[in-house]
Design a protein. Structure first.
Length: 91
């Protein structure tokens, strides 16, 4: 419900509440980008699914990227972007 304004504004957008892992990665079907958070799994196995489903951009809503297999992302041609730093005024 809280994502509905975003979905309305950007046609083709959708929100999946389930955490990203090898058993849920297939839910990205129909997307060309995926936005993940700090605890989501982005291992080679997940990236293989993303590549097969046509994902070309991985956006991280965090500064950390230790859960992303960067070598596999590069191999599969999936660009990875992240938050470069947090504001010193953020809570």
């Amino acid at each position: 419900e809280f994502m509905q304004p975003l979905i309305d504004k950007f046609a083709g957008s959708f929100f999946i509440e389930q955490a990203c892992e090898s058993t849920s990665a297939h839910l990205c079907k129909g997307a060309n980008a995926v936005c993940l958070f700090v605890n989501d799994d982005c291992s080679r196995e997940v990236l293989e699914v993303f590549k097969a489903k046509g994902i070309c951009l991985l956006l991280l809503r965090c500064a950390g990227f230790d859960r992303v297999d960067l070598a596999a992302a590069e191999e599969f041609g999936i660009k990875v972007v992240r938050v470069p730093a947090y504001s010193p005024h953020a809570v």
